[in-house]
Design a protein around this ligand. Structure first.
Ligand SMILES: OC[C@H]1O[C@H](O)[C@H](O)[C@@H]1O
Length: 332
């Protein structure tokens, strides 16, 4: 699938978020009523309180689809992104960071003549000693991403439109999501979806199932998410259901590697072992490697290998953005 008639290989659409990283422990998560490994939506007061009670060590660009875009650009893919930031310092930094990483970002910042003046979204990422990340997200300006923010020219110019499942939480974004998928297919483009989080799947299960069956060409999910979608605790059952509902999916299983589902066939992909420091963005990086491989015409096992290498790099350090030049070493 090489995009000779398109300007971009991948157009990511998602919640534009700044990540605030802090190390903590299971007792703190419990005291806050947070489920380890999950993403909880919070209001601005709770975000302020959490930040005050933790000792944040790093502030950096985040957002699931934005993370994917940055990693895919490092693999040489031509990448653009749509998302909503505010006209504040965090919004400016998020924008500059994407552009510095070679990602086109044509979205207009929040229009305060139409919406309240909300700050750019931020996610408090709490990392426990086992490398697990637990996230609490204040969506801020992301709640003002509407169907009008889905730019038809950008969709037409992109081979694959990549949507993050977290986009289902803000009020207008589901509609934007459907508009993006419809425009993509009208222009002969493909739609990829990441399920993002098992609780997010639980909140929007019927809508996700409809998308997977009727509107999505490439599905990404981890074991917890795909099991949440099909309401089973058995991965094999969930994978079989996936194969019935969609022609193309990549299902990740942490240390067990991943499985590519294509035309009813299941291809296992080995993990790339590493020391796990922080799992934030592992799925985002996996999707990046996979899509970069696909849009540069690589075979499915090669796409799986790139995906695993990318995920392995991301979990070997704090933060969801790459630190190393592994991709160059791989000959990209
Ligand atoms: O997938 C990880 C990302 O999800 C949340 O959106 C955070 O911003 C984090 O970077």
């Amino acid at each position: 699938m090489t995009g000779q008639d398109t300007q971009y290989d991948i157009l990511g659409i998602g919640n534009a978020i700044t990540d605030i990283l802090a190390r903590t422990d299971a007792a703190f998560l419990q005291s806050q009523g947070l489920t380890p490994g999950s993403m909880t939506l919070i209001d601005v007061n709770r975000a302020n309180a959490l930040e005050a009670s933790l000792a944040p060590e790093q502030i950096m660009g985040g957002g699931s689809a934005a993370n994917t875009c940055v990693v895919a650009a490092q693999f040489g893919a031509r990448v653009a992104y749509l998302g909503k930031v505010s006209r504040d310092d965090a919004g400016l930094k998020f924008t500059q960071d994407l552009r510095d990483n070679g990602v086109q970002f044509p979205s207009a910042p929040l229009n305060t003549q139409v919406f309240d003046n909300l700050p750019t979204a931020r996610c408090v990422v709490m990392i426990t000693p086992d490398g697990q990340r637990t996230m609490a997200t204040y969506l801020g300006a992301c709640t003002c991403f509407t169907p009008e923010d889905v730019l038809p020219d950008m969709i037409a110019a992109s081979s694959i439109i990549y949507l993050e499942g977290y986009l289902f939480d803000p009020p207008h974004a589901q509609e934007a999501f459907r508009r993006a998928a419809a425009l993509a297919h009208k222009n002969g483009r493909q739609v990829a979806l990441s399920l993002s989080d098992p609780f997010c799947v639980g909140r929007h299960r019927a809508a996700f199932l409809d998308l997977v069956k009727n509107h999505v060409d490439i599905l990404f999910a981890n074991e917890d998410e795909i099991c949440a979608l099909y309401e089973t605790e058995n991965f094999d059952t969930a994978a079989r259901r996936t194969a019935q509902d969609t022609t193309f999916a990549a299902l990740t299983r942490s240390g067990l590697g991943s499985v590519i589902v294509h035309d009813g066939q299941m291809t296992p992909v080995a993990p790339v072992p590493t020391q796990v420091v922080d799992t934030t963005g592992a799925g985002d990086a996996y999707a990046a490697g996979f899509l970069a491989g696909l849009t540069s015409g690589r075979s499915l096992p090669e796409c799986g290998r790139l995906a695993s290498v990318a995920a392995s790099e991301i979990i070997s350090h704090y933060g969801a953005r790459p630190l190393s030049n592994l991709w160059e070493e791989m000959g990209f």
